[in-house]
Design a protein around this ligand. Sequence first.
Ligand code: FAD
Length: 547
Amino acid sequence: MTSAALAVAAREDAATEAVYDAIVIGAGISGIYQLYRLRQLGMKVRVFEAGTGVGGTWYWCRYPGARFDSESWSYGYSFSEELLKEWDWKEHFSPQPDNLEYLNLVADKFDLRRDMQFSSRVTAAHWNDAANEWTVTLESGETASARFLFTAIGILSAYTLPRITGIERFRGPSYHTARWPHTSVDFTGKRVGIIGTGASAIQAIPEIAKQARQLTVFQRRPNWAAPLHNAKISRGEMEEIRGRYPEIYARCAQTPGWFIHQPDPRKTLEVSPEEREAFWEKLYAEPGFGIWMGNFSDIVVDEKANAAISDFIARKIRSRVKDPKVAEKLIPKDHGFATRRVPLETGYFEAYNRDNVLLVDVNETPIEEITPSGLRTSEKEFEFDMLIYATGFDGVTGAFDRIDFRGPGGVRLRDVWADGPRTYLGQLVEGFPNLLMVLGPHTARGNIPRAVEHSVEWQTGLLRFMREHDYTRVETRPEYVAEWTQIVIKAAQRLLSWKVDSWQTGVNRNVDGRSVRRVLGYNGNGVHYRRKTAEVADGGYQELVFR
Ligand SMILES: Cc1cc2nc3c(=O)[nH]c(=O)nc-3n(C[C@H](O)[C@H](O)[C@H](O)COP(=O)(O)OP(=O)(O)OC[C@H]3O[C@@H](n4cnc5c(N)ncnc54)[C@H](O)[C@@H]3O)c2cc1C
C-alpha cells in the first residue's frame, strides 16, 4: 500500500465508531478512579485523555515548585488498603514529580491503561435520543458512543493566556505554567519575565529566583499567601501516618472542606486581642491550611473579623519583605484574606528581598505589548531570554465550554449554563440525560480527592441502582434542580468571597464573557453535602427520573 492509501485506511479506521457502556473524559485523579469503579461494575469503558499520559493537573503543571498544599497523606486515594500500604509519601506537601509517579503507579497497579486512550481530545459530545446514548467526537475525527458519559475534565485544566498584543512575536522560549515542558528548563544566567502572581507563580517564583540571573515579576493583583512549612517524611514517620490513615480519612469526612483542618467555632472579636494574636501566630507557624481552614469560622463571613485577620497577615508580609514599598505592593487592598483560594508559599515574600528579583505593578505601568526581545510597559522596555505566563485557568466551566455538549433537541450546554450552571447535587446536569460529572460545578470540593472519591462512589451507586431496576436513562427533575441551585447560590452568597472576582466566582478577564460573577461550587459544609447525597441514595433516588 502507498503511504497515501495507508493514511486513507487509517482515517477510515478512525472513523468507524466504537461503542462502550461508558465514556469518561479525562485521566486525572477523577477519571482514574471513575474508570476503576465502572470496571468493577463490569462495564466496558473508554477514557479519552488529551494528554499523553495520566495525571491531569500533575501531568500538565510541571513548573518548578509545583506541589500539593493539601497534606499529601490526606490527598492520596483511600479506596485501596494495598495502595495505602505500598505508597510512601516523601514530603508532607508532595512535589509534582512524586504526585505524577503516584498516579502512574495507581494506573499500573490496577491495570487501567488498557481502557485509556491518550492524545485524544474530545471536541463534541452529542446525545442521541433515539439510541439513548452519547456520541463523542475527538479532535482526530474519531467518534465513539456510550450509554453513559462521565466528565472528569478538571476544575483547573483549561488554561488561559493574557490578552496582550504581540504574544506570538516573542523570539525566546515562553511557557505557560500549566503547559510546562516535560524536560527541565534551565534558568541559569537567564533574564526571565513572569506574568501573573496567582498560586502557580507563588510556588514558582522562589524556585526560579534561585537560578535566574534576573527575574522580573509582573503583578496585576497581589494574592494573600501564607507559609506552607513543608518537611520531609522519614520512614518511621510514614509508618506512623500509615497507622493513622483510618483516623485521617474519618477526620476529613467530618470537616467542612474535607481537609484535616477543623474551623474554630469561636467568633474572632469575642476572643481577647492577646489570645487572638497568639492563636494566629500558632496557625501561621503550622504547616498547611490551618491559617485558613482551621481559623475562626467567621473570618469568611464577617467583614470585621476578616479585616482583623487580613491585618495580621499584612503585618507578616511587612515583616518578611525588606523594602516597605515592595511589601505594600504585595499586600492585597481589594479583597480580604481567605476570600480567594489561599496559596501556600515557601519563601515567596523573601524572594523579593533578592537583588535579582524585581516586582513591577502593571496597574502603575501597564504592559503595552510583548516584543520580539521581551516586553514594553508604559514606562520602559524589558529584555528577556524567557517569558513565563502564570496566568491561570478558566476555572470550573472552562473545560466544559471547550466541548460542544448537546443534549436532546441539540440544546447546547454552553447556552443552558450562560447565566450559571444548573445541576442536581453537582452530579447530574439539568436537561442532559445520562451525563454525570465528577467534580463538576455545584458539587462540594475542598480537598479534591476526598470530593472525587465521594462523587465517584455516589455515581457508581446510582448506576448499580439503575442496573438492578433495568433502567437505561436517568434525568433530573426541574423542582430538585431549582432547589439545589438555590441551596448552592445561598451558600455562596453568604460568604465574603462572593464579593470578590476570582476563578471561583467565575471571573476571568482573559476570557470573553467571563466578567460577571457566577456561583460555581457548593460552598456549604462538606458534612451536610455527604448527608444530603446519602439521603438521596438511601431513599432510592426519588429526586431523579428513570426510564
Ligand atoms: C498547580 C495546582 C496545584 C493544586 N494543588 C491542589 C492541592 O494541593 N489540593 C487539592 O485538593 N487540589 C489541588 N489542585 C486542584 C487539582 O486540580 C485537583 O487536586 C485534582 O488534580 C483534579 O483532578 P481531576 O482529575 O478532577 O482534574 P484534572 O487533574 O484537571 O484532570 C482533568 C483531565 O481531563 C483532561 N481533559 C480536559 N478536557 C478534555 C477534553 N476535552 N478531552 C480529553 N481530555 C480532557 C485534561 O487533559 C486533564 O488531564 C491543584 C491544582 C493546580 C493547578
